[in-house]
Design a binder for this molecule. Structure first.
Ligand code: UD1
Ligand code: UDP
Length: 373
């Protein structure tokens, strides 16, 4: 087989975490693949943190991030910046991840140049275009443009079959988040947040993250108020929240959760440190997508701060529970997990449905087969 050039495009923290294992696997196959890494830097600081942990050096960096950027702005900046790179590099395939606006725009630009597209973490659906927003539309649009679909689970494969996608192009790989976590688990880290958690081992640590656009405003403040109520009900509970750099999240978090000795608001953590924080936590409270995959892999129950999830496998396995963003409901479910050890143990013992950590290897093998056909 001639050497093939694969361009990997991403721009935000979660894409970087889930694409880094794919890049590192591609680099193990340098005899058959040339790898070009293009970052849009839809996120700047939060992206750079991940690149450093996984030792990834981008070949191109569009550096598009703006404070409070709009979705149209991200889309147009990526389209404008990436076309000339594709034309210059002439990749044989473009790989994008998941559902961000970077991924959608990078896929659209590839499609316009008729470059084959591989979609990593394809097939996730809620079938409600505003939950999550704009991710549900982004991922459906990307799947409509893609040629190869790397789906994490059988359920996500079924979504694509229901949409009449070609079965021979859908490959169940597991989620590359698990590949990433198996790597970071092995790396010893010292960090002041880990020291803080270790200094109070008897306390129950609740890890909180929240950032989704559809939760801006009332849903986010409801949840933070619920947390503020909860912390006063339990002397043995501590909250640790790495606060997303979105100015909207920053301001609500500080306003509602600031100035409490057992609520620890910290800057976004390097991913290896963060994975060790998950492992030390009692409960994860989040609206994040990635955390719904990672926490179960570390046997930590997740209460999902959304009304819908595109990760039904986790619900079925019993490792996730949807609790929405109404204050009373959030309080009720956290209390239940704190007070009912049977319920807690059941969730913690549920099996992680997101794979065995070999997703990247399966993806690369499939790309090899695609080109040798
Ligand atoms: C984006 C993705 C979302 C993903 C999330 C992961 C879209 C539309 N949204 O949402 O799918 O779940 O990333 O976190 O693609 N900022 C910084 N520094 C950073 C990162 C962000 O200052 O390193 C600030 C900027 O002011 C930026 C704002 O955060 O404008 C929001 O970032 P943006 O990428 O637009 O939205 P996210 O909510 O992060
Ligand atoms: N994460 C991190 N540092 C943090 C918080 C999260 O590295 O301080 C990682 C986390 O392990 C997961 C990813 O970021 O892999 C999730 O990102 P986010 O919640 O921003 O996006 P989503 O998964 O919802 O798209």
């Amino acid at each position: 087989m001639n050497k093939r050039k694969i361009a990997i495009v991403f721009g935000t923290r979660p894409e970087a975490i889930k694409m880094a294992p794919v890049i590192n696997e591609l680099k193990k196959h340098q005899n058959i693949f040339e790898t070009i890494v293009i970052v849009t830097a839809q996120h700047r600081e939060m992206l750079d943190q991940v690149l450093e942990v996984f030792d990834v050096i981008p070949d191109y960096d569009l550096n598009i991030m703006k404070k409070n950027q709009s979705l149209s702005n991200i889309t147009t900046e990526v389209l404008k910046g990436i076309e000339s790179i594709y034309i210059e590099e002439q990749p044989d395939m473009v790989l994008v991840h998941g559902d961000t606006t970077t991924s959608f725009s990078a896929a659209l630009a590839a499609y316009y140049l008729q470059i084959p597209i591989g979609h990593v973490e394809a097939g996730l659906r809620t079938y409600d275009k505003y939950f999550p927003f704009p991710e549900e539309a982004n991922r459906q649009l990307i799947d409509n443009l893609s040629d190869l679909f790397f789906v994490p689970t059988e359920a996500t494969k079924q979504n694509l079959l229901n949409e009449s996608k070609n079965e021979s192009r859908i490959i169940v790989t597991g989620n590359t988040a698990i590949d990433a976590i198996l790597y970071t688990k092995e790396v010893e880290r010292s960090h002041q947040v880990l020291d803080l958690m270790d200094s109070m081992p008897k306390q129950k640590w609740i890890l909180l993250t929240m950032h989704r656009r559809e939760n801006y405003g009332k849903p986010m403040s409801n949840v933070f108020e619920a947390v503020r109520d909860l912390i006063d009900s339990y002397e043995d509970v501590e909250i640790i929240m790495p606060v997303h750099l979105s100015p909207i999240v920053q301001s609500v978090a500080k306003e509602v959760l600031g100035n409490h000795s057992r609520i620890h608001l910290v800057a976004p953590l390097e991913v290896d440190v963060f994975h060790h924080v998950i492992a030390r936590s009692h409960i994860v409270l989040t609206d994040s997508g990635g955390l719904q995959e990672e926490a179960p892999a570390l046997d930590i129950p997740v209460l999902v701060l959304r009304d819908k999830t595109e990760r039904p496998e986790g619900l079925e396995a019993g490792t996730l529970k949807i609790v929405g963003t109404e204050k009373e409901n959030v309080v009720k479910h956290v209390k239940l997990l704190i007070e009912d050890s049977g319920k807690y143990n059941q969730m913690a013992a549920a099996e992680n449905p997101y794979g065995d950590g070999k997703a990247s290897y399966k993806i690369i093998k499939e790309i090899e087969d695609y080109f040798s056909e």
